[in-house]
Design a protein around this ligand. Structure first.
Ligand code: HPA
Length: 290
C-alpha cells in the first residue's frame, strides 16, 4: 500500500513537473533577467574542479542556486553551486559554477533546466567543460580534449516525453552537436598560444562509479575517446533549442589497458586544477571571437 502511494506520488510529481516546465522556464528566466545586469549571449558550464575560470571573470554578480526559483541545488563536493554573471575577456557571459549531475538523483529535466533558462534569456552559445577518463591510448593525463562529438550512454534521454514545439523540434538534428566553427577557432587559439590539445568523442554515462577495466574497453570499442558523467544531457538540450555548443574535457585519468590505476574524486580535481589555466585561456579567447 505504502509502495503504491509512493509510486502514485512519484508519477504525479513527474506529470506536474512536465506540465509546469514552460511556466518554470519563464519564471526563472524573468527572475534572473530582472536581477542580473549582464547582456550575456554566452553561457559557460564549469565542470568538476574547473571553477577556477571564475577568477578571470570581472564585474562579477553572483547568485546562489538556492535563491533562484525552480533551480535544483547542487550537492557534489567541489561544486559551490552558483550562477555568475560578469565579463570574461571583456565579453558578457553567464557561468554556472557547479552543474546538476544525473548521479546525484536529479532527473533529466532538472539536469538540463538551466540550459532551457539560458535560452529563454536570449543566450545562443553554450560552452561546456568537464573532467573525464581517457580511453584513447594516445592520450596523456592532463591533456585538454576538444569534444568533437559525443555518445549518449545515459539510461534516460533528456528529451523523452512530451515535446514543446516552443522549445525545439520533436526530432532534433544532431549532425553537428559541437559547432565546427567553434572547434576550428579553438584549435587556432590553442596553436597560437602553443597549448597542446587533442580531439575526441566524449561518452557520457550515469556514474557514480568510475569504470571497470571491462567497461573502459567496451566504451573504447564503441568509439569513445573519453568517458565522463556529465555534459551530454546539457548538450542535447542546447542542440534542441538551437544553440551552438563548444566543449572541452580535461583528461584526468586513463582508462587504457596497462595504464589503469585507482581513480578518486580528489585526484580528478587535482589534475583538473593543474590543467585549467590552459583551458581558461582557450575559453577566454574563444568568447572574444564569437
Ligand atoms: N570516468 C572515468 N574517469 C573519469 C571520469 C569518469 O566519469 N570523470 C573524470 N575522470
Amino acid at each position: 500500500m505504502v509502495f503504491l502511494i509512493k509510486s502514485c506520488t512519484f508519477a504525479f510529481t513527474i506529470i506536474f513537473y512536465r506540465k509546469n516546465m514552460l511556466k518554470e522556464i519563464q519564471e526563472t528566466s524573468e527572475f534572473l533577467m530582472h536581477r542580473m545586469p549582464a547582456d550575456a549571449k554566452i553561457a559557460i558550464i564549469l565542470g568538476t574542479g574547473l571553477g577556477d575560470l571564475v577568477t578571470q571573470i570581472t564585474d562579477i554578480k553572483e547568485i546562489s542556486y538556492q535563491t533562484i526559483p525552480n533551480f535544483p541545488v547542487s550537492t557534489v563536493e567541489g561544486h559551490s553551486g552558483k550562477l555568475i554573471f560578469g565579463k570574461l575577456g571583456g565579453v558578457d557571459i553567464v557561468a554556472m559554477q557547479g552543474r546538476f549531475h544525473y548521479y546525484e538523483g536529479y532527473n533529466m529535466q532538472e539536469v538540463t533546466f538551466p540550459v532551457r533558462v539560458f535560452k529563454a534569456m536570449g543566450i545562443n552559445t553554450l560552452l561546456v567543460s568537464n573532467a573525464s577518463g581517457g580511453t584513447n591510448p594516445d592520450f596523456e593525463i592532463g591533456d585538454l580534449m576538444i569534444i568533437t562529438d559525443h555518445i549518449n550512454f545515459f539510461p534516460e534521454h533528456p528529451l523523452r516525453g512530451r515535446n514543446y514545439n516552443e522549445l525545439g523540434p520533436r526530432f532534433p538534428d544532431m549532425s553537428q552537436p559541437y559547432s565546427h566553427k567553434l572547434i576550428a577557432k579553438a584549435k587556432e587559439i590553442a596553436a597560437k598560444n602553443a597549448i597542446k590539445v587533442v580531439e575526441g568523442v566524449y561518452l557520457g554515462t550515469s556514474g557514480p562509479t568510475f569504470e571497470t577495466p571491462a567497461e573502459y574497453r567496451m566504451f573504447r570499442t564503441l568509439g569513445a575517446d573519453s568517458v565522463g558523467m556529465s555534459t551530454v544531457p546539457e548538450v542535447i538540450v542546447a542542440n534542441h533549442t538551437g544553440m551552438q555548443v563548444f566543449g572541452m574535457s580535461i583528461i584526468t585519468d586513463l582508462g587504457v589497458e596497462g595504464k589503469i590505476v585507482e581513480v578518486s574524486h580528489e585526484e580528478v580535481q587535482k589534475i583538473g586544477n593543474a590543467a585549467q589555466p590552459l583551458m581558461t585561456k582557450i575559453m577566454t579567447e574563444l568568447v572574444q571571437n564569437i
